[in-house]
Design a protein around this ligand. Structure first.
Ligand SMILES: C[S@@+](CC[C@H](N)C(=O)[O-])C[C@H]1O[C@@H](n2cnc3c(N)ncnc32)[C@H](O)[C@@H]1O
Length: 242
């Protein structure tokens, strides 16, 4: 059985005998079986095995994240990537987070960097509600500007230095919107789930295709985690100059 602790909630991946027993663990008040995470809005399929409160506060890298694990996803395997981005953002930068969720990338970047502004778009109203709560819990309302809606249409309205594309699904369909949001020159952090054999070729090709007639410099490519058998979650940092 795999398990992870998100604040006071213990997430498990299977039905277990006597889940009540797990409530004896220090700091655990709810045990939840997490199934698949589905759809554009990343809504999890959950079953409460013990306890009742699925809203919790998770602390990571000096940031506070409030969320309801029964309503929005939490991706534990992306911890290092969230901090890598927070450390990369430079002083005075204008940043756009196209898939903000509850603030997975936005909050650490706002807390740890000296960004001028972070525009954070989220399509799921539940996640958007937590994004707003997390902005005030982390006292970054002056830097983060949340937007509820579809980043495909909204992103091109901005003019920024850096675009975060922390979503896997059909992320390739959003590259053109991300590129449109870049000012004269800037960096996109493009995520993709891809067969290991073509792990960097395919995403790089897709970026170059969407930024035709522009100068594309690949600054970094790395695997974030294994996604499923033979498939990995990768991120490519690409500098786009128009
Ligand atoms: C769950 S996050 C990804 C998790 C993140 N990579 C991490 O480190 O945990 C992706 C978010 O993108 C949102 N999303 C999906 N499609 C979107 C769109 N077209 N516009 C804005 N937000 C979108 C989902 O609702 C979800 O909250």
């Amino acid at each position: 059985m795999k398990w992870k602790k998100i604040g006071r909630v213990l997430l498990v991946d299977k039905d277990i005998e006597n889940p009540q027993k797990l409530l004896e663990m220090k700091g655990i008040e709810t045990v939840v079986k997490l199934g698949n995470i589905g759809g554009k809005k990343r809504e999890p399929d959950v079953k409460i095995l013990a306890g009742s409160n699925t809203e919790t506060i998770n602390r990571e890298n000096g940031c506070i994240f409030k969320l309801d694990v029964a309503r929005v996803m939490w991706s534990k395997g992306n911890t290092n990537e969230r901090m890598r981005i927070a450390n990369i953002v430079g002083e005075g930068e204008r940043v756009l987070d196209m898939f903000a969720g509850i603030g997975y990338f936005t909050i650490p970047a706002a807390v740890h960097s000296k960004a001028e502004i972070i525009h954070s778009i989220e399509i799921n109203p539940v996640s958007y509600g937590y994004l707003n709560e997390n902005m005030s819990l982390n006292k970054v309302e002056n830097i983060v500007k949340p937007v509820l809606g579809d980043s495909m249409d909204i992103a091109p309205q901005f003019s920024v230095d850096r675009v975060l594309m922390g979503y896997i699904g059909n992320t390739q369909d959003y590259i053109e919107s991300a590129v449109a949001a870049i000012d004269e020159s800037g960096i996109i952090h493009y995520h993709e789930s891809v067969y290991e054999k073509i792990k960097f070729e395919r995403p790089e090709e897709r970026i170059r295709k969407s930024a035709e007639c522009m100068d594309v410099e690949i600054l970094n490519k790395q695997v974030i985690k294994k996604y499923s058998p033979g498939v990995v979650h990768v991120v490519i940092d690409a500098k786009i100059t128009k």
